[in-house]
Design a protein around this ligand. Structure first.
Ligand SMILES: NC(=O)c1ccc[n+]([C@@H]2O[C@H](COP(=O)([O-])OP(=O)(O)OC[C@H]3O[C@@H](n4cnc5c(N)ncnc54)[C@H](O)[C@@H]3O)[C@@H](O)[C@H]2O)c1
Length: 294
């Protein structure tokens, strides 16, 4: 398959976005490009000083505003969703990888709480005020993910940081599938799209493990990973181009490293409607937030 180079993010004047985790890496670059193309972008960030410094460096006809958001904390998600107002697009980007076993303030395993559950709650709380679409930033690591909905806290299995990351990224894919299914069933025209950045040299490996192999993996990632502008392209494509709901956009090219945004495949588990429903039900139970379009 030949895929044409794409960097032409359409004019975004008059459009409003939320990007979570916009102080570094792919989220920072996504927000920066959107502001450059004329959008107003709400940066949902844990550290508002860092957010303000990032916003100051964004130039263009658009503008960036900073709002506090700890996506691993369901109370913070609720407060953010109440403050943020109407948007066209929510980009669920914030993420952590390979951290030591731990739980969020709500008692949920940290990868699941940050990468999936907080974003599930955020999207569902904001949905009545979203005009166009929700973008789920997942990863092809979802292919290695196994989601045991009866043991989301890793109580009955030995905890493995990368397995927990992959499971949370599979949960992202299942959320994409199930939210789109429910919206379509309810007659909504809202779209849900997914993105896989490809291997990108960002800070995400900085918090993962401290052993030799973690260090080696992190170092290798920095050495061979794409620059953040390139890793942001699938997200920008999924957020701004006219693609159908449930599209999953990633780089097409040699391995994970180069290539231009296009539709890419997903694992069988990520397309399993029964698993998507089970993940949805478990997430609603943990977060207390379900689907309401009003
Ligand atoms: N870098 C890669 O190779 C790669 C590959 C596939 C998928 N991804 C995905 O891309 C997304 C962005 O990652 P990145 O590589 O830019 O990493 P990064 O570490 O540079 O950025 C992650 C951002 O999320 C924020 N964040 C983390 N926990 C948060 C919380 N509780 N509340 C609010 N913000 C929080 C961080 O502060 C940071 O701004 C993640 O979802 C990741 O899984 C990255």
């Amino acid at each position: 398959m030949s895929v044409r180079p794409w960097t032409a993010v359409p004019d975004q004047r008059g459009r409003r976005f939320v990007v979570t985790g916009a102080t570094s890496g792919i989220g920072l670059m996504t927000a920066r490009v959107l502001v450059h193309r004329g959008a107003e972008v709400v940066l949902g960030v844990r550290n508002v000083e860092k957010g303000a410094a990032a916003a100051d460096r964004m130039t263009g006809p658009g503008r960036a505003v900073v709002e506090r958001l700890d996506v691993s904390d369901l109370a913070s998600v609720e407060a953010f969703a109440e403050r943020v107002g109407d948007v066209d697009v929510l980009v669920n980007n914030a993420g952590i990888l390979g951290v030591a076993q731990g739980t969020s303030v709500d008692g949920v395993e940290l990868h699941l709480a940050t990468n999936h559950l907080g974003h599930h709650a955020l999207a569902l709380r904001m949905l009545p005020r979203i005009g166009d679409r929700v973008v789920v930033v997942s990863s092809n690591s979802h292919r290695h993910g196994e989601l045991d909905v009866s043991d989301l806290g890793w109580q009955r299995r030995p905890y493995k940081p990368y397995a927990a990351y992959a499971a949370s990224k599979l949960a992202n894919m299942l959320f994409l599938l199930e939210l789109q299914r429910r919206l379509t069933q309810d007659g909504s025209t809202l779209r849900v799209t997914g993105a896989h950045p490809g291997s990108t040299a960002t800070a995400i490996t900085a918090s993962s493990g401290h052993g030799f192999f973690s260090w080696l993996g992190s170092w290798g990632h920095q050495l061979v990973g794409m620059p953040a502008w390139r890793g942001a392209l699938p997200t920008l494509y999924a957020a701004t181009m006219d693609v159908p709901g449930n599209s999953y956009i990633g780089p097409h090219g040699p391995g994970e490293f180069l290539g231009w945004p296009t539709m890419v495949g997903r694992s069988a588990a990520a397309a399993d409607p029964a698993l998507a429903r089970a993940c949805w039900d478990a997430s609603v139970e943990l977060s207390g937030v379900g689907l309401s379009l009003r």
